[in-house]
Ligand binder design. Structure first.
Ligand code: SER
Length: 318
């Protein structure tokens, strides 16, 4: 059977990179979808609101979709501005997708969870796989419920759903929005632009992060792992490395010495403070051989090079 992959939320930070990876590396027809009316950067694009069951069903039937990467979601900070919208998009959207996987010939589903499922008392600020989940944001609440929904659909209806609790994902592209870890993407564009950055988290706020290439590698690896290796059907803890705004700005200053950062913590500080600083990802390592490749220094060097070459290409086109 021909592999046909549907990605929801394809215009976002993760969706756009997964799309590029799958198009380059898999023998599959890849269908991009998002709530946006149109998006020219994709070969096949379908406008889909994940809350509209009939329209997703139509896309899945028309293209005979066999796998879904369900990335459409409202993130932590944006979710707090409209908690009903966050709950509906993140939960009803997932339920639509799970029902379609159960009822149509969709053999595998990827669902991204997040470090936002953690909150409250976390011993030594290191989140274990079995940590009790008491999230402090609607995003976290919906992801924790979503993980359980996935686990339920796996056991009750044999939907082969696989999930990762993503740390903050950092990459060169600016197509981010509404996250508490977004500062660590914005900082590069400010450093290379005005040379100044006002950070919405305090200098010493350490959070678990990952370079986007590693996040994509983890996503593809868990989707390709043999079914018997996937022992956790809620969601796997995943770690890259942890850093604070001060630590990343020190790395940036090694390359851009004149870079200046100041700190003006806002409502996102409380969200960050409720999250773990470190993630224990033993199970992902053991079950499907996970390991990350990037550390802070390599990530900073890579992102700065990428943004510079992107600007260079753009200025050539202009
Ligand atoms: N990056 C997400 C956020 O900040 C966490 O998963 O909301």
């Amino acid at each position: 059977m021909k592999k046909v992959i549907l990605i929801t939320g394809c215009c976002g930070q993760v969706g756009s990179q997964i799309y590029n990876h799958l198009v380059l590396h898999q023998k599959a027809k890849v269908i991009a979808s998002d709530i946006k009316l149109s998006a020219n950067e994709f070969r096949i694009y379908e406008q889909v609101n994940v809350l509209d069951y009939q329209s997703i069903l139509g896309v899945v039937r028309r293209h005979e979709v066999t796998e879904i990467y369900h990335l459409a979601a409202i993130l932590s900070s944006a979710g707090e501005n409209d908690i009903e919208r966050a709950w509906k998009t993140n939960i009803n959207g997932l339920l639509n997708i799970l029902n379609i996987c159960r009822d149509e010939k969709v053999s595998k589903l990827f669902f991204p969870s997040s470090i936002a499922v953690f909150g409250g008392e976390i011993k030594n600020k290191i989140a274990k796989q079995t940590q009790v989940l008491t999230p402090t944001t609607m995003y976290g609440v919906s992801k924790a419920a979503g993980e359980n929904l996935c686990n339920y659909y796996f056991h009750k209806f044999a939907v082969d759903v696989r999930s990762i609790r993503y740390p903050g994902i950092i990459g060169p592209q600016l197509n981010i929005g509404g996250g508490t870890t977004d500062y660590a993407v914005e900082i590069f564009h400010s450093a290379l632009g005005s040379g100044k950055f006002s950070c919405f988290l305090s200098a010493d706020t350490i959070l678990p992060m990952i370079y986007i290439e590693d996040a994509i590698k983890a996503t593809v690896n868990i989707m390709q792992a043999p079914t018997k290796n996937i022992k956790i059907r809620t969601s796997y803890n995943l770690a890259g490395f942890s850093f604070s705004p001060q630590m990343i700005s020190a790395e940036i200053k090694k390359i851009i010495p004149e870079f200046v950062i100041n700190y003006a913590p806002d409502h996102r500080q409380a969200i960050a403070d409720s999250w773990p600083r470190y993630i224990n990802d033993e199970e992902a390592k053991k079950d499907w051989n996970w390991s990350h490749s990037y550390n802070l220094q390599l990530m900073v060097e890579t992102i700065i090079d990428e943004i510079k070459s992107y600007d260079y290409q753009n200025s050539n086109i202009a």
